[in-house]
Write a protein that binds this ligand. Structure first.
Ligand SMILES: Nc1ncnc2c1ncn2[C@@H]1O[C@H](COP(=O)(O)OP(=O)(O)OP(=O)(O)O)[C@@H](O)[C@H]1O
Ligand SMILES: CC(C)(CO)[C@@H](O)C(=O)[O-]
Ligand code: BAL
Length: 290
């Protein structure tokens, strides 16, 4: 497995690949777990060449967020990439992605997020700008045929699809299913921040989303009623040893990220997304309404 540490090296590596080879690309921030490796497995299966990146992207963290303390586990990450068939891993330094004087940022696809008072965009105002910028920059250099992202970050999936569509990047965005722990907690690098007591209530996030889909399956079609059921079930997570704060419960269009008011359409067009702080861990999860 080739390890690439600079933008220039990545361009040389990419140019060295046969023109007929298909390339899959899995961007990550490291701290790899089974959610990430599921994407690596898809990339390995579908492409001649499978490429991953590990970069804790400063542009998507707001001041006061966990940029400095974000888990950095390079050796373990590289082993997982190798054991899941990556041909190369790109680990840029910050100055390769954002050299001195860097001033080009991408707002594309953030309209719905910015207007949606209940989304990641409102909760983390500079987040999607940072994600869109880095994904575009990495994809231009890696020139993949397929780019893999996880459904766990539903609103990020919508932003990445919007960037690819609006810029006209010739690649397919493939969304991998959310990989979960036994109690339904979506795997996430930030789960490491949970204490034992917090971990024991964290499965409540998925339980609340399931409650939402249960009323949906029984025929509830009013957006606020579905959100209300999820909110109510999330309130059950408050235990005496766990500090739980619900940041938002959103029921939005899966593509535009606009909040749905009134009647909810089925057929996979809408998604219920939640963000919950449990201690120091900011947990997000979602479920698509089929
Ligand atoms: N449980 C999961 N199932 C499927 N894909 C996932 C899962 N967790 C993360 N991913 C995907 O892996 C890619 C890299 O994500 P990232 O490195 O931010 O990991 P993360 O676990 O989401 O971290 P964080 O805790 O910072 O949110 C993203 O496309 C993300 O959606
Ligand atoms: C897509 C991504 C790698 C961009 O930094 C990040 O937001 C993530 O890990 O989900
Ligand atoms: N998993 C998305 C990256 C982030 O939360 O910063």
């Amino acid at each position: 497995m080739k390890i690439i540490r600079s933008h220039a090296e990545l361009l040389v590596y990419r140019a060295s690949l046969p023109a007929t080879s298909t390339v899959g690309f899995v961007p990550t921030m490291g701290g790899l777990h089974a959610g990430h490796t599921s994407l690596l497995t898809l990339s390995r299966r579908d492409n001649d060449i499978s490429l991953a990146s590990i970069f804790v992207n400063p542009a998507q963290f707001a001041p006061g967020e966990d940029f400095a303390s974000y888990p950095r586990t390079e050796d373990a990450d590289l082993s997982l990439c190798a054991s899941h068939g990556a041909d190369a891993v790109y680990l840029p330094r910050a100055e390769d992605v954002y050299p001195a004087g860097y001033e080009t940022y991408v707002e594309a696809g953030c309209g719905g997020a910015a207007r949606n008072a209940r989304s990641e965009g409102a909760s983390r105002p500079t987040f999607f700008r940072g994600v869109a910028t880095v994904v575009l920059k990495l994809a231009v250099a890696a020139r993949p045929h397929r780019l893999y992202v996880g459904q766990k970050d539903a609103q990020q999936c919508a932003v990445v699809r919007a960037v690819v569509r609006d810029v006209g990047l010739p690649l397919e965005v493939v969304v991998g299913e959310t990989v979960r722990e036994g109690d339904g907690l979506a795997m996430s690098t930030r789960n490491q921040y949970l204490t034992g007591a917090e971990r024991s209530v964290a499965g409540g996030v998925w339980a609340a989303l399931r409650e939402g889909t249960a009323v949906w399956a029984k025929g509830e079609r009013d957006a606020e009623s579905v959100r209300g059921v999820v909110r109510e079930k999330l309130a059950d997570m408050r235990g005496k040893d766990a500090n739980v704060e619900v940041l938002y419960v959103s029921l939005c269009d899966r593509e535009s990220m606009r909040e749905v008011e009134g009647t909810v359409e089925g057929g996979g067009k809408c998604v219920v997304c939640v963000a919950v702080m449990v201690g120091k861990a900011r947990l997000i999860d979602n479920v698509v309404l089929e």
